[in-house]
Design a protein around this ligand. Structure first.
Ligand SMILES: [Zn+2]
Ligand SMILES: [Zn+2]
Length: 251
């Protein structure tokens, strides 16, 4: 079994709160330089920058998983990750159907840019991507799983936009592939506080919006190879695969 440094929650210049330095080219070179093996691209309510990061990753030996960070009707943030671009396109049309339409105000919320590999602007998304979708977290989870994706509620211990802050409980029908906890949180304390079963894997990712944060927070995925299927197995602790949160001294 091999170990892969994995960070499946990274924003690009497409996210209104994402720094302009977070271009696809820069993300790929920083991720390589800082020792990451697998990254996930998860902009707010859009997948439009994933394919370019994936292409650039492929030519530089970095595995890139396309995805998205969705905001549910209840304002819960959750990650969806997808195996291929057919599934991603279908998920993008789900986002297009359900995003609450509020015009973006770049000077207030930030720019939402789709750029090419030389950082030329290809599109400026006009609807504010920080708005919520008009669907519940359960409906989002069902859509992600219908497309054979991976569903992970984001930063569950944060006082805003998290499963527990917005709902106050863990919906019994919700099928999660794991739960992401914040970078400074203690896994044992979080399990106790929110009564999370040992059957659910907890992971840490960077949620990087700025280049300085990239590579600082990740989880170690122990698995055979860097594929979507192996990632899913590791998240579920299946067939001897597992996810480990590095302790501060091992970072
Ligand atoms: Zn978030
Ligand atoms: Zn995020």
């Amino acid at each position: 079994m091999k170990q892969f440094r994995t960070d499946l929650h990274i924003h690009t210049v497409l996210s209104p709160c994402g720094d302009l330095e977070m271009s696809p080219s820069n993300i790929v070179s920083l991720a390589r330089n800082r020792g990451l093996d697998i990254i996930g691209i998860t902009d707010h309510n859009s997948t439009k920058q994933c394919e370019l990061v994936w292409k650039l990753g492929r030519s530089s030996g970095l595995t890139v998983i396309p995805g998205c960070e969705m905001t549910s009707r209840e304002e819960v943030h959750c990650l969806g990750l997808f195996e291929d671009f057919d599934a991603l396109r279908m998920f993008q049309s789900f986002l297009d159907r359900h995003l609450t339409l509020i015009p973006n105000k770049p000077l207030l919320f930030g720019y939402q840019l789709v750029v090419d590999e030389d950082e030329n602007i290809l599109e400026e998304v006009v609807n504010y991507l920080g708005a919520s979708l008009d669907v519940s977290i359960e409906e989002i989870e069902q859509k992600v799983h219908e497309l054979s994706g991976i569903f992970i509620p984001a930063h569950i211990d944060r006082p805003r936009n998290s499963l527990f802050s917005q709902l106050g409980f863990f919906p019994p029908e919700l099928k999660v592939d794991s739960l992401q906890i914040s970078k400074n949180s203690d896994e044992v304390a979080i399990r106790k506080k929110f009564m999370i079963s040992d059957a659910i894997t907890l992971v840490k990712f960077s949620d990087a919006h700025f280049s300085a944060d990239l590579g600082k927070t990740y989880s170690i995925f122990e698995m055979e190879e860097a594929t979507f299927d192996e990632i899913r197995k590791a998240l579920h602790g299946a067939d001897g695969r597992k996810c480990l949160i590095p302790t501060p001294s091992s970072l």
